[in-house]
Design a protein around this ligand. Structure first.
Ligand code: DSN
Length: 441
């Protein structure tokens, strides 16, 4: 019987040539529009002072792994127990990332599949709680995170959450108040850590509070994981039942999340919390990139980077404090510096816009007792990981601190809004940024 031309088509030469072109063209040729945006973003990053606390700069090796063939592979389940075939190399990759995570943080077990820190938290909640169970977490205004039970997040709709705060007068966590609240609320899970508390957590105290009410303790170390990995801060894995983190902030790896624990009896539940609990197929290319970043963090040189992050953050806080810009808790132990603009006309949102005009990128942030909305806020959050990775030292950080103060309070206590004055700072900031190479050719 004569075959139809339709059936023969995939085999003819025209199709093969098209397939080859589809598979091999570089971005600039295949999609100039996106390529141009990629190039412009590179120029933006390279010419600016990046102080967004959740950002860092990954190595070329991490970027290569992200762009690798692992992008094409679908798996479900965990290494050695997969739904799809052809997973033998993916299994080795994911197992390697798990082993590196455990070695880096001294954990018994790790799950490297969460697509983000929020999904890592969501998976832990799903694994260990039933709908309606009680969670006690740090308030967003005190430095917590949306995924810790905020009413705007699924976690706040499924579980009954109460929040603990910091002292409004000085921004420090009040552990006695937390213990009292836990005693009254009797949560099943206590969550510590978040996105803008600048001080080291008192982990033994948190452990004692959790034990006193029979709660599990989850520490979300997303913002300070790099300092834990570098031996600068105490390791939450030694105190908490479960630790979650992102891998891309101070830890300086690929974007994504990670869950760590030591009690084997939690393993089945936590793995099922990730898949099928809240996720489907993991992003294997990102797991490859996470493995590379974790390998980099295991290298002895990572300790020097981690210690430089803390010193740079302290220098930034000290400089702002000397210039009478109010710094929450008066300083920092982490990569974060939080500025409190309560009682001033300048909102966090307006301040962040002014700084952006001066070439400094950061974000508005709620602070404890903030009378303003999350869109306006009375705070600013700075993080020094990205600039430290690029090579900025204490002297550079001091200069950056002065520019921030010049913008926020000027020389006369008033913010700098004048275009020319902001452009002058921007020129200096750009020159400083260009001193620290960015993926040099
Ligand atoms: N959690 C957000 C932040 O801290 O900026 C994103 O990672």
């Amino acid at each position: 019987m004569k075959s139809t031309s339709r059936a023969a088509k995939p085999r003819d030469l025209g199709w093969a040539a098209e397939a080859e072109a589809y598979l091999t063209r570089h971005l600039a040729e295949a999609d100039p529009e996106v390529a141009e945006l990629v190039a412009r973003e590179y120029a933006r990053q390279a010419g600016g002072i990046e102080l967004i606390a959740s950002e860092n700069v990954v190595s070329r090796a991490v970027l290569e792994a992200q762009g690798s063939w692992f992008s094409n592979k679908t798996v479900e389940g965990v290494p050695g127990d997969r739904y799809h075939g052809g997973a033998e190399i993916a299994d080795r990759l994911e197992a390697l990332a798990e082993v590196r995570s455990c070695r880096l943080f001294g954990a018994g077990f790790a799950n490297v599949q969460p697509h983000s820190g929020s999904q890592a938290n969501q998976a832990v909640f799903k694994a260990l709680l039933k709908p309606g169970d009680r969670v006690l977490a740090m308030d967003l205004r005190a430095g917590g995170h949306l995924s810790h039970g905020s009413s705007a997040n699924l976690s706040g709709q499924v579980y009954e959450t109460q929040f603990y705060g910091v002292r409004e007068t000085n921004g420090w966590l009040d552990y006695d108040a937390l213990a009292d609240q836990a005693g009254r609320f009797r949560p099943k899970l206590i969550v510590a850590g978040g996105s803008s508390y600048p001080r080291a957590l008192d982990l033994p105290k948190l452990r004692a509070v959790a034990e006193s009410v029979g709660a599990l303790l989850l520490v979300d170390m997303a913002h300070f994981a790099g300092l834990v990995a570098g031996g600068v801060l105490e390791n939450p894995v030694d105190h908490a039942d479960i630790v979650t983190t992102t891998t891309y902030k101070s830890l300086r790896g690929a974007r994504g999340g990670l869950i760590l624990w030591t009690d084997e009896t939690l393993s089945r539940k936590l793995r099922a919390g990730v898949f099928p609990g809240v996720q489907g197929s993991p992003l294997l290319n990102m797991i490859a990139a996470k493995a590379v970043g974790l390998g980099e963090a295991l290298a002895p040189s990572f300790a020097a980077y981690a210690s430089a992050v803390q010193q740079n953050a302290r220098m930034l806080a000290e400089t702002l404090d000397r210039r009478s810009v109010p710094v929450v808790t008066g300083g920092t132990d982490t990569p974060l510096v939080l500025v409190d603009l309560r009682g001033r006309e300048l909102t966090g949102a307006a301040a962040s816009d002014l700084l952006a005009r001066a070439g400094i990128t950061c974000n508005k942030n709620l602070v404890a007792g903030d009378p303003r909305s999350p869109r306006e806020t009375s705070g600013l959050r700075f993080g020094v990981s990205a600039m430290t990775t690029r090579g900025a030292d204490a002297e550079a950080m001091e200069a950056i601190g002065h520019w921030i103060a010049d913008v926020l309070i000027g020389r006369d206590g008033r913010p700098t809004e004048d275009d020319l004055a902001l452009e002058r700072i921007r020129t200096e900031a750009r020159a400083l940024a260009h001193r620290y190479p960015y993926y040099p050719a």
